[in-house]
Design a binder for this molecule. Structure first.
Ligand SMILES: [Zn+2]
Length: 462
């Protein structure tokens, strides 16, 4: 049993690497092999530690893979949306994603009914925070519509089809149609991703069951960190609870005291926090609270979408990490330049500046809201170029090597030192077709040749 990589590049040298069980056993030249080992000739390609996506949403990504894109650039106007709704959807539920008001304004059930009166339609806003349903869809999920303000209502008190932060409750209403994590596992394999951190807040038991079942079956072989698992959740091997996710709502921020109580409670349970901070206000509030409560090792800021001048130094002093998504700069850069407050524009999704100030920065996709492919994200971190070619924060560009390092921190150490291929390391590995220098010139998913998780070679379609 075991694996022997011949002729691979590790730390700039041509070596052999032997894997025994779930660990790297030996790195050296002309290593002996036994007859049972599977031998892979690397032909000089670099053998990297497997990549870890430090912030994504597994179930939403799996569901999005079966959905119709209803936002720019795929759909740009009402005609395009109508076309997607009526021509491309098939029968049964229509599930749309990525909607933005620039397409056809605010959608509610009256608007949607005009286009699709009979078939149930649900469309998710690009922010992930809002679902828009037509009347047929509302009646299917009527059991899970509660009295909270998350169910928007018309003047007569009837649900108008707009449901806020309703993912978990909608899933309960659609239990017969669970998302397919097996296909997502295979997709992650093909990118060289050997671990993921699910950043969905408040995961319920059903969601955790879906994820752990896919992991146990081997279909989703990736190591999984859950930020949304409640403190006392029992998790199987290979699935762990990470820092606890706190979602700040920008239109309804907590007070300083409220956030203080929340963060203190999480820290008291010996867990770090992962705080969602997209805006300037949410970041400053969070840092002020952390400054007062005191930080715990592992405390992290998700997104850090706007970091005003001087604040990076404060973050460094507090020893908080940032988990960022350069992929947004490409996918949404043009919308940012159009919609974001001019005062905030120079400070969007900083990267090089954070690193220079001493803030650890990890990379991630935030899939399905940003592109899942890490090689695309690495390219976006180097270019910071929108779809139309505008550059967002040229000084914040980083090298391909720096961007790649953002994917190589340990699952529990985002932005920390890149893991290394050395004897004793966990055998989560990613073999590329080419040496590192070549890969860094043109990062692309097609360079991924073999992926090993826990000592086992993954099969995937390139
Ligand atoms: Zn997210």
């Amino acid at each position: 049993m075991g694996l022997l990589f011949r002729n691979v590049e590790v730390n700039g040298a041509r070596v052999d690497v032997r894997v025994a069980g779930t660990r790297v056993a030996e790195v050296g030249t002309e290593l002996a092999t036994d007859d049972e080992a599977t031998v892979l000739d690397g032909r000089g390609g670099v053998l990297l530690p497997g990549l870890h996506d430090h912030h994504l949403h597994l179930l939403a990504t799996a569901a999005a893979r079966r959905s119709i894109d209803c936002g720019p650039p795929a759909v740009r106007d009402a005609t395009g949306l109508q076309h997607a709704l009526t021509v491309e959807g098939g029968s049964g539920w229509f599930r749309g994603t990525n909607y933005h008001e620039s397409v056809a304004g605010e959608l509610d059930r009256t608007v949607l009914d005009r286009w699709v009166p009979d078939r149930p339609v649900r469309i998710q806003h690009r922010s992930g925070a809002l679902w828009m349903l037509n009347s047929a869809a509302l009646s299917v999920v009527s059991d899970v519509l509660d009295d909270s303000l998350d169910v928007e209502r018309d003047d007569l008190g009837q649900p108008n089809g707009r449901l806020w932060r309703y993912d978990a409750r909608l899933r309960a209403g659609l239990a017969a149609d669970p998302p397919d994590l097996d296909a997502l596992g295979a997709e992650l394999d093909s990118y060289g991703i050997t671990g993921v951190t699910d950043a969905t807040p408040d995961l319920d038991a059903a969601a955790i069951d879906l994820i752990t079942a896919a992991h146990r079956s081997g279909a989703l072989a990736q190591r999984v960190v859950l930020l949304g698992a409640a403190p006392d959740t029992e998790l199987p091997d290979g699935v762990v609870a990470g820092p606890y996710k706190l979602l700040l709502r920008d239109h309804d921020l907590p007070t300083f005291d409220e956030l203080h109580v929340q963060i203190e409670a999480v820290h008291r349970s010996r867990r770090a926090v992962a705080v969602h901070c997209v805006s300037r206000e949410s970041l400053l509030l969070t840092l002020a609270v952390l400054d007062d409560v005191g930080t715990r090792d592992g405390d992290r800021i998700e997104h850090a979408g706007v970091v005003p001048t001087g604040v990076a130094e404060w973050m460094a002093a507090l020893r908080v990490r940032v988990v960022t998504q350069p992929g947004f700069l490409h996918a949404r850069g043009d919308a940012y330049l159009r919609d974001v407050d001019p005062d905030d524009r120079p400070h969007l999704y900083p990267h090089a500046g954070l690193l220079a100030s001493g803030v650890p920065v990890a990379l991630s996709s935030d899939a399905p809201y940003g592109p899942l492919d890490p090689w695309q994200v690495i390219d976006a971190a180097m270019q910071r170029r929108s779809e139309s070619g505008a550059i967002l924060g040229e000084a914040e560009r980083v090298s391909a090597a720096t961007a790649l390092a953002g994917y190589l921190g340990a699952p529990d150490d985002p932005g920390g030192a890149p893991r290394r291929v050395v004897a004793g390391a966990v055998a989560d590995l990613c073999l590329l077709h080419v040496p590192l220098r070549e890969a860094l010139t043109t990062p692309h998913r097609s360079l991924v040749r073999d992926v090993v998780i826990d000592g086992r070679v993954r099969e995937f379609d390139p």
